[in-house]
Design a protein around this ligand. Sequence first.
Ligand SMILES: [Zn+2]
Length: 218
Amino acid sequence: MKKLLNGIVEFRKNTQPEYREKFAKLALGQSPDTLFVACSDSRVVPNVFASTDPGDLFVVRNVGNLIPLCGEGGHSTADESEAAALEFALLKLDVSHIVICGHSECGAMHAIHHGREKVGPPNLRSWLRHGDSRKKVDLINSLGLDPVNFRSQTNVLEQLEHLKSYPFLAERIAQNRTKVHGWWFELKTANVYAYEEAEKRFILIDEEEAQRIRERLS
Ligand SMILES: [Zn+2]
């Protein structure tokens, strides 16, 4: 907390003047092009590893970067938080991209891998069911990851499928109005990988891969 307070004072002194114009403009409205779904883990910092600025990303963060499935009548099968964010980002802000970003050393994936039923706190145990479908996913473990880290990659693919259970979103994806991306952040290297469907594996986002993704999008 001390660091947070020092950070605010520091920001006011040194950085705020540079950002004044930007924030004054952003106060009039936001138009991010990406909805970014990441884990609450303190070590996952999209604004650092993707060099984003205020206004760039609409963000949902929760334990395990999970999107509960859509149920009857377009209602989420869990609480409304994630579904409301999807609706707002897609139907109000009209974002073009959704990124589900998993990460290595994820506590949620560790808990799921070792048996969700062993998790003590009741809300946490219940919440993790959204990442525990145990559906077989067609993915190659090209990085030679241990089972927990590989689980966090397969979870990204599962959550991409969960997105498609929302009819309004499935429609937009089919119309190519919204593109979904599976990313994975590796803590020890601070590298970000992108899921390449044609190769059934995650590939390091370096200059070459970034170009490949850009070309596909244009
Ligand atoms: Zn996590």
